[in-house]
Structure formats: structure tokens, C-alpha cells
Design a protein around this ligand. Structure first.
Ligand code: B12
Length: 252
């Protein structure tokens, strides 16, 4: 067996050369690709995801989900055109990052599948075709310890608030999952729910996709996202001032 940095090269039963990956190595792949945060979730913990949207539905051999997150400048929250352009750029970047990590994992001899930041399948529902991601990236990020999902239905991270964009990589490599965050946010705060012009956050159990989608518009042949108040209304949009030594802390 040859040790190279934190990577071991060994013979697999199927005679294929494989590099033994560990969690730190794949996180390094993520950071090398440009991610600011990387977490690992176990595929078996997605039992509450609907059938068809579990990691094993996408990659049957999947054991772990590596979740990548990166942020964008706060200033873009000040105008619609800047926000839309930055969002488009970030979604492309996040997808590229996932592809890069998946490629390196594959090169090490493991199965991998990139989950793009915005792609998904179109499914009939609610009187129209709706787009669903292959897996829910924010649930994946929550399981990977990258933060908690607030009433605004967004993943909120201690360092980057709700301004993270996400992508992921599924793999059959044997990794160690991160611990789920144990702190809670929101409590009696209802700012996002009250601010949402579509009332999309009124029922926590069912996000109002249709209402929210009305703010994704084509104006003068240009795509515009005209609302992101679920992000800006949150007191923790730029981060949660947490005492991470004491994760039981309650906020808001
Ligand atoms: C389609 C889509 C939309 C649609 C529908 C949104 C929706 N919430 O369903 C529209 C166009 C309306 C939209 C709007 C926005 N979106 Co959007 N969207 C997506 C996309 C591409 C797919 C979502 C999806 O279908 N997931 C799969 C389905 C099955 O999951 P779900 O509907 O969320 O899950 C429900 C159940 O199925 C179940 N569930 C599903 N999986 C699991 C797993 C576990 C473990 C559990 C317990 C439960 C569970 O729980 C949910 C409640 O019932 C994702 C990228 C992705 N792949 O996740 C981005 C994504 C969720 N969007 C994102 C963002 C930022 C937005 C906007 C803020 C954009 C904007 N206006 O600026 C808004 C606001 C959304 C909000 N507050 O939730 C980010 C969220 C980042 C973050 N920090 O949380 C994502 C992750 C994109 C990205 N790559 O970063 N979006």
C-alpha cells in the first residue's frame, strides 16, 4: 500500500486500483473546487425524503452525500439585476464544483454522481409541471451539519447565514458523516413568513412553490428573480452568532 498525503492506494477485490478516500480528503476536494463549506451526510439518513428523491434513487450504491456550499457578495441583495446575475453565476459555479469533486472521486476508483445546483426532473403536479431537484439540497446540507432549515425554508449556516448556494456529490466511498447541528433558530420570530408577498411560507409543512415561482419572471426578454425577501427578512441572513461550544443555544 502506498501512502500519498492522506490518501492510500490499494488493490480492490475486483482488481481495480482504488485510492482509499477519507472524509478529510473529499472535503479537501470540495475546498479545492471552490467551496467555502463542505459537509458529509449518510444516505441512510434520508428516510424522510419522498420516494424517488432519496440519494439511493439517484445512485443505488450511494453511501454518503458530500454537500458543497459557497456564498456571494451581500451587496447583490440591494438590486434585482445584480441578484439575478449573481444567482445565475453561483448556480453554474456550484454545479461545476460538484462535477469536479465527482471526477476526482471517480478517478480514485469510486462511484460518484454530481447533483447540480439547479437541475432536476419535471413532474406533473398542482395543475402544472413542477421542477424537483434529484434530491433536496437543503435537507442534505442540514443532515451534513452545515446549518439548520429555518421558517424561511432556507438552510441557515452559522458563518454564512442563508446566503449559501448548494450542490452535492453522491458516492459509494466509505466516509464519516458530520454531526447534525443541534442549535435551533426562529422560535417566535415570524419576519420571513409575514414579509413573503406570496404567502409561500404560511404553511411550514408545504412550501408555496406556485406563489413563489410568480416572482421568477421574464422582463424585456431577460430572466429576473424579483423577490428574495425570505433571505433579506431573516435576522440571521448574514450568519448566526453562535457559541459553537454550546450548541444547545436557542436563538431569536
Ligand atoms: C425547484 C426549486 C425551486 C422552486 C420550488 C422551491 C421549493 N422550495 O420547492 C422555486 C422556483 C419556487 C424556488 C424558489 C427559491 N429557491 Co430554489 N430550488 C429549487 C431546486 C432546484 C429544487 C428543489 C426540490 O425540488 N427539491 C427536491 C424536493 C423533493 O424537495 P422539497 O420539495 O424541498 O422537499 C419537501 C419534501 O419532499 C420533503 N423532503 C425532501 N427531501 C427530504 C429529505 C429529508 C431528509 C427530509 C427530512 C425531508 C425531505 O421535505 C419538504 C417538505 O415536504 C433546489 C435545488 C435542490 N436540488 O434542492 C433550489 C434551492 C432549494 N433554491 C434555493 C433558493 C436560494 C431559492 C430562492 C431563495 C431563490 C430566490 N427567490 O432568490 C427561492 C425561495 C425558496 C424558499 N424560501 O424555499 C437554494 C436554497 C439555498 C439555501 N441556503 O437554502 C437551492 C438549494 C438552490 C441551490 N443550489 O442553492 N426554488
Amino acid at each position: 500500500m502506498i501512502k500519498y498525503r492522506s490518501v492510500y492506494v490499494y488493490e480492490r477485490g475486483d482488481d481495480k486500483m482504488a485510492t482509499e478516500l477519507n472524509s478529510e480528503t473529499v472535503k479537501e476536494y470540495g475546498r479545492d473546487a471552490g467551496a467555502s463549506v463542505v459537509g458529509i451526510a449518510a444516505a441512510k439518513d434520508f428516510d424522510l425524503a419522498p420516494d424517488g428523491f432519496k440519494p439511493n434513487d439517484v445512485l443505488p450504491e450511494c453511501h454518503f452525500v458530500i454537500v458543497l456550499g459557497a456564498t456571494f457578495p451581500r451587496e447583490v441583495l440591494n438590486d434585482i439585476a445584480g441578484y439575478t446575475a449573481s444567482r445565475n453565476e453561483m448556480l453554474t459555479k456550484m454545479t461545476e464544483m460538484a462535477k469536479e469533486v465527482a471526477k476526482r472521486i471517480k478517478a480514485a476508483g469510486y462511484k460518484s454522481k454530481a447533483i447540480s445546483a439547479s437541475g432536476g426532473k419535471w413532474v406533473e403536479g398542482d395543475g402544472r409541471k413542477e421542477q424537483f431537484g434529484y434530491i433536496s439540497l437543503k435537507h442534505a446540507a442540514e443532515l451534513a451539519g452545515l446549518g439548520v432549515i429555518g421558517k424561511n425554508y432556507l438552510l441557515t449556516n452559522p458563518e454564512y447565514g442563508n446566503l449559501l448556494w448548494l450542490s452535492a456529490v453522491l458516492t459509494d466511498a466509505d466516509l464519516i458523516p458530520d454531526q447534525k447541528a443541534r442549535y435551533a433558530i426562529c422560535d417566535s420570530c415570524n419576519k420571513c413568513v409575514e414579509t413573503c408577498p406570496a404567502g409561500a411560507l404560511a404553511d411550514l409543512a408545504s412550501f408555496g412553490k406556485k406563489g413563489c415561482s410568480q416572482f421568477f419572471k421574464i422582463v424585456n426578454k431577460r430572466f429576473e428573480i424579483q423577490c428574495f425577501s425570505c433571505r433579506t427578512a431573516c435576522p440571521y441572513r448574514f450568519g448566526i452568532n453562535l457559541d459553537l461550544e454550546n450548541q444547545e443555544e436557542k436563538l431569536c
